[in-house]
Design a protein. Sequence first.
Length: 188
Amino acid sequence: MKRFFSILLFFLIIFNCAIPGFAALKTEENDYIKITQQSETLNSRLAQSYTGYVFTIKNIYNEPVFIKSVTFWNNANAKIAYLSVKQTDKEAASKTFQKASDIALPTLGLSYLGSLFVVPFSILSNKVGNNGVQKEAKEFDKTSLKEYTLKKNEQITLKTMVLNGHKPYFRITFKNPLTDEFMNMEMQ
């Protein structure tokens, strides 16, 4: 039985190490710019409801390329995402008491006494968790770009997040260096 669990644990570790290799990488390019879209796992409570995406725009032309605008649709606002997963101190304390009541019978009620000591720590960790959520939400907030010139081989990175199960819609408008006409590239 120990051998079975050891082998199972070994394969789970190997599988979890390989997961980043299966990340969805999507590329769109023309003669002037190359756009790469990659999904990124969020590290805070936001991961329960949201998925992060990183867009990289690279100039692959031998002259600078003028970007008029970059627009995102179907993505989440940082403030709304934060408020949707934020927990109050009262919720954190009630979850601790709920866990204590789940094991109250086997512990003959001592779990309630223990939860009185644990509640301040759960409230403190909740505040730290809320700060982490807020920081990560700001990092992945919709960042539109207007009027930027990409030099030769320069790249810029933009981050956004969407609800789980959805995809962001991305459009870039840039000036064709040869004809001076504006072109659009879209990615979903």
